[in-house]
Design a protein around this ligand. Structure first.
Ligand code: FAD
Length: 314
């Protein structure tokens, strides 16, 4: 594993992390240790997930509130729309904006088990982007600090319901036209899938940054669960290495090294940043950063002066 050459040239590289709202007081304590550790790396933002159909809405809003009040971090609030009416969602968007949120990741979320979307509720992420932009317009007098940054999901390995990779790119282009500012990818295990997505997207007219989402996978159970949840086939080499490892430390190194290799390959392909899915744990995320040698003022004390990371609005 080698330091990426672009980084020593201080190429602008965005850095962000995904967190999820804690499900218990003990989990909250671990999460806050993680937040304080990650804060020292000065990420551009931290994204906060949103349970299917808003199942964890209150804990998500509470976490976002605390991030805004008690840390220097900027939250990117995930929001899912399927099965909700525009009125319900406009209320939630308004609540997020009132809290001080200026970045929303607009997602569809999981379809109900029967696959049916109730009449009058939103169907696609694209509908949510348009709604966010309408709410923004209505509140433009209040948003004096600028516009809301709207992110969307992108898929290096085809979305499980999509007929083809080409369709995925058409959907991404539609999201851009509806007002998306950037995309974060679903997990992937093969760098060429990310490079292919970039090529196809650029050829189709997608110009927004497409940030690779990478996940340090340090346990076989988690790898398999991820496959079930996302429909992304776990890489056989990684599965075999994790299965053969004897200790947690070995598994940590395997997961970190695989993530560093994947991130370096994505940066080579032109990735404008790295988004790390953390599982609310800081150790593997920080090890990935150490090995990538991303600028980290605070912990490493080094930050090339010319480093300019893309900023969220507001
Ligand atoms: P869409 O872009 O709406 O696409 C959904 C499907 O519909 C795709 O197959 C697409 O091809 C198709 N489609 C879209 N538009 C059209 C159209 N106009 N005509 C025909 N077909 C169309 N889920 C959560 O519940 N909570 C989270 O916090 C969360 N965070 C995520 C973060 C990231 C970075 C990613 C990549 C995913 C996240 N997800 C989350 C999962 C996401 O909700 C699922 O992947 C979901 O199945 C699709 O969401 P989407 O926003 O990509 O949907």
């Amino acid at each position: 594993i080698e330091t990426h050459p672009n980084l020593s040239d201080a190429a602008p590289v965005a850095l962000s992390y995904e967190l999820f709202p804690p499900r218990s007081p003990a989990a909250a304590e671990t999460l806050w240790t993680t937040i304080r550790e990650l804060e020292t790396t000065e990420p551009d933002y931290v994204s906060v997930t949103y349970g299917a159909s808003g199942s964890n809405r209150d804990t998500a809003v509470e976490l976002i509130n605390r991030l805004l009040l008690e840390t220097t971090l900027r939250p990117l609030a995930h929001l899912t729309c399927v099965g909700n009416t525009p009125q319900e969602l406009a209320g939630i968007i308004g609540q997020l904006l009132d809290t001080g949120v200026r970045g929303i990741l607009a997602l569809r979320g999981d379809l109900p088990a029967d696959g049916q979307v109730t009449d009058g509720s939103l169907r696609y992420a694209q509908d949510l982007i348009e709604l966010i932009r309408r709410v923004e317009q209505r509140r433009s007098a209040l948003l004096c600090a600028g516009k809301i940054a709207v992110g969307v999901a992108a898929y290096p390995a085809r979305h499980p319901e999509s007929p083809s990779e080409e369709h995925d790119v058409e959907v991404l282009l539609a999201k851009q036209r509806s007002g998306a500012d950037f995309a974060i990818t679903q997990v992937f295990f093969h760098a060429d899938q990310y490079a292919d997505l970039l090529t196809r997207a650029r050829r189709a007219g997608v110009t927004i940054p497409i940030i690779p989402g990478v996940m340090p996978l340090t346990s076989l159970r988690r790898l398999n669960r991820l496959g079930e949840l996302t429909g992304v086939e776990p890489a056989p080499e990684l599965t075999a290495k994790l299965a053969a490892a004897d200790t947690d430390l070995e598994r940590l190194h395997i997961g970190v090294d695989a993530t560093v290799d994947l991130s370096n390959a994505a940066l080579d392909a032109g990735a404008p940043g790295i988004h790390i899915y953390t599982f609310n744990e800081h150790q593997s995320a920080l090890e990935v950063l150490d090995k990538l040698a991303l600028p980290r003022r605070g912990r490493a004390g080094v930050r090339p002066a010319s480093t300019v990371r893309p900023q969220l609005a507001g």
